[in-house]
Design a protein around this ligand. Structure first.
Ligand SMILES: *Cc1c(COP(=O)(O)O)cnc(C)c1O
Length: 495
């Protein structure tokens, strides 16, 4: 199967090229030339499979040039070998007869980024080999928290890869910092940057556009790449868990054959909910896609008005992984909803770059409304939902997940739609102890790693093993650099 650019359908490449490149040279996102339809027996077939087998079943139809035996090996490396603390990998928890929670945080870093970043390194190295690339790839990441750690874990000790992560000195939580500076593996590097996330990101962008540096690195046998959420190799593994969750509901007889479900997804870059759309397009019976945002509600406005406008105040919220004003993966959605009109997508994206806004035409607005519902909540409401879930259901959830449950509750009250709904849970509450304890009314909070024990004492819920283990881990990476010294770090790292 070929891949094309959302900004130019004539730009064609293979699956291996799409994954290796990440982004089309014209700035567009690489997307399958046709979306495969699952056979009508697919759900029945997948129902009896393990998660790893479902990975192979779904991904096979997107990855021409990859043998099923290869995919089986990658799925085993990514999700097997005890890397996930739950045998179902992405278990579905029942809350009541029509409310289910898909837990995507049983991986090594306790956030949903693991679902894709455990698999991507294998897809990427295989792609490079298929493309006859001789140089070693070095992944550069600027992170505001979750992505950096998940990428480090994913690429740790993967042959023919290196990974260097920059994080803002004062922009990550104690736990997130400890997760990164104690990272194990022979091919990894971690460096903190004086400043905020934008400084770190600007520094990485500058390094990527430095041609002189690229030449020096090429002589040393390296080239730079990123593990962005717009890479097809990150979107694809996310389609699997929607199909998997549907099969699990059917298997447990929570739903009957062919019965449709809604999904409710806490959304930032639009990658996770886009995967749900693709699962639906392939034939999984999904009804409404409910898009949940925090106070940075650019997507809520877009879905209700058809105007995307990033010219607005940016809020730092307690669901920081959704603090985003440009949702990059939305471009793929526009491509589908416009009937794959590459010229129109190009036009909207150039308006976004120039004015920070665009308005989609009435046909796209109609389709958006047909597929999506949207809502948002503020930090107060997020905390209230954490408390409510704990008090009424004895279920401890993180702030991102709470945003989704709040939006679902509002959606149901407004529409009366009581269809079975899968709400997506994207992080362990232990990654955000501070806000969760706040929500539970705890006034005096511990600092550092002790806050993990405190949350356990207050709730009786055990700390996930990968976080509990941090106490025993040595700090391997110390010190921080100015933004201007980031290039030096890269040169030292790739000696
Ligand atoms: C990245 C992230 C999100 C947002 O996912 P998108 O794919 O960017 O929409 C939500 N919650 C958590 C915990 C995340 O790490």
């Amino acid at each position: 199967m070929n891949y094309l650019s959302t900004r130019n359908k004539d730009m064609r490449m293979s699956a291996a090229q799409a994954i290796a490149k990440g982004l089309s040279p014209d700035g567009g996102l690489l997307t399958p030339a046709v979306l495969p339809r699952l056979p009508s027996s697919a759900v029945e077939t997948m129902k009896e499979m393990s998660y790893q087998q479902r990975v192979v079943y779904i991904m096979n139809s997107f990855l021409e040039g990859f043998a099923a035996s290869e995919l089986t090996a990658y799925a085993a490396e990514a999700y097997g070998g005890g890397k996930f603390s739950h045998e179902d990998i992405a278990p579905v928890r029942r809350l009541d007869d029509n409310t289910y929670c898909l837990e995507l945080w049983h991986g090594p870093t306790c956030a949903f980024k693991d679902m894709a970043l455990q698999l991507l390194p294998h897809l990427l190295t295989a792609s490079l080999e298929k493309n006859d690339e001789k140089k070693t790839v070095c992944i550069l990441v600027a992170t505001s928290g979750d992505t950096g750690k998940a990428a480090l874990e994913g690429f740790r000790n993967v042959d023919k890869t290196r990974i260097l992560v920059f994080y803002p000195k004062d922009g990550v939580s104690d736990i997130q910092e400890r997760q990164m500076v104690t990272q194990e593996g022979g091919n990894v590097g971690v460096c903190s940057v004086v400043g905020n996330f934008d400084d770190a990101q600007a520094g990485v962008k500058q390094i990527f556009s430095d041609e002189e540096l690229a030449e020096v690195l090429a002589e040393r046998g390296y080239f730079l790449s990123s593990a962005n959420s717009i890479n097809w190799g990150r979107v694809l593994p996310q389609i699997v868990y929607y199909a998997s969750a549907y099969c699990d509901l059917l298997k447990s007889e929570a739903i009957t054959k062919g019965q449709a479900v809604n999904v409710c997804v806490p959304t930032g870059n639009f990658g996770n909910i886009l995967a749900a759309y693709y699962a639906k397009a392939m034939g999984i019976p999904i009804n409404r896609l409910i898009c949940a945002s925090n106070q940075n509600n650019v997507l809520t406005d877009f879905i209700s008005t058809g105007t995307y406008d990033r010219n607005r105040t940016f809020f730092n919220t307690i669901s920081p992984s959704m603090d985003i004003l440009i949702s990059s993966n939305l471009e793929r959605m526009l491509f589908e909803l416009s009937g794959r009109d590459d010229k129109l997508v190009r036009e909207y994206m150039s308006q976004l770059a120039e004015y920070g806004s665009y308005r989609v035409d009435s046909s796209i607005r109609t389709k958006l409304k047909k597929e999506f519902s949207a809502g948002y909540c503020d930090d107060q409401q997020t905390k209230a939902m954490i408390a409510k879930m704990w008090n009424e259901q004895n279920y401890l959830i993180d702030p991102h997940t709470a945003v989704a449950f709040h939006v679902l509750e509002e959606y149901r009250a407004e529409t009366g739609d009581d269809m079975a709904t899968i709400t997506v849970s994207t992080a362990s509450p232990f990654k955000f102890c501070d806000s969760v304890l706040d929500a539970l009314g705890v006034k005096e909070k511990k600092t550092g790693l002790e806050i993990l024990d405190q949350l356990t004492q207050v709730t009786g819920v055990p700390t996930p093993a990968p976080l509990a283990r941090l106490k025993k881990r040595q700090r391997r990476f110390e010190g921080s650099v100015d933004k201007d010294a980031m290039k030096r770090c890269v040169l030292d790292f790739l000696k």
